[in-house]
Design a protein around this ligand. Structure first.
Ligand SMILES: NC(=O)c1ccc[n+]([C@@H]2O[C@H](COP(=O)([O-])OP(=O)(O)OC[C@H]3O[C@@H](n4cnc5c(N)ncnc54)[C@H](OP(=O)(O)O)[C@@H]3O)[C@@H](O)[C@H]2O)c1
Length: 118
């Protein structure tokens, strides 16, 4: 179902997102895979991995807290896989607002930017 399609993976540099990218590239023939995340270092390290050295991958710097940026990234995207998250429980206990902003409000921004009603 992903052949010829453009897929965007939020949190594409994370452990889940990277594996997801690898699977899509090996099992399908997508038009493009967009990795959406905040940290340029993680993106450049991923880009340097031979597994991901393909013209089909695009690295988009962005934050799921920023809905306009999500909308720009999603132009002509067919599928979005949402894996951007903060997940360290001790950090969540000390920084609950950060986790709410990314994991809850960010997830809602992804849904709204994807405009799933259309
Ligand atoms: N790993 C697994 O086996 C597994 C299994 C089941 C479910 N999950 C779930 O999948 C999600 C991701 O897990 P993971 O293990 O891949 O975590 P991870 O390795 O920590 O990766 C998190 C990803 O999210 C990105 N990210 C964090 N905050 C962001 C923001 N505000 N905007 C955009 N990107 C952001 C990170 O990149 P930047 O920091 O550069 O932004 C990174 O790419 C979690 O909800 C986890 O519970 C994971």
């Amino acid at each position: 179902m992903l052949n010829g399609k453009t897929v965007m993976i939020t949190g594409g540099t994370g452990s889940f997102g990277k594996q997801c990218c690898r699977d899509i590239l090996t099992r399908f023939d997508p038009q493009k895979v967009i990795v959406f995340s905040r940290d340029e270092l993680k993106q450049s390290e991923m880009a340097a991995d031979p597994v991901f050295s393909t013209e089909k991958i695009r690295f988009f710097l962005g934050d799921v807290r920023d809905e306009p940026q999500l909308k720009r990234a999603m132009v002509r995207v067919n599928y979005v896989i949402h894996r951007a998250a903060l997940k360290q429980v001790p950090a969540a206990e000390y920084n609950p607002h950060e986790f709410i902003n990314t994991n809850i409000n960010g997830a809602m921004n992804v849904v709204d930017a994807a405009d799933i009603s259309s």
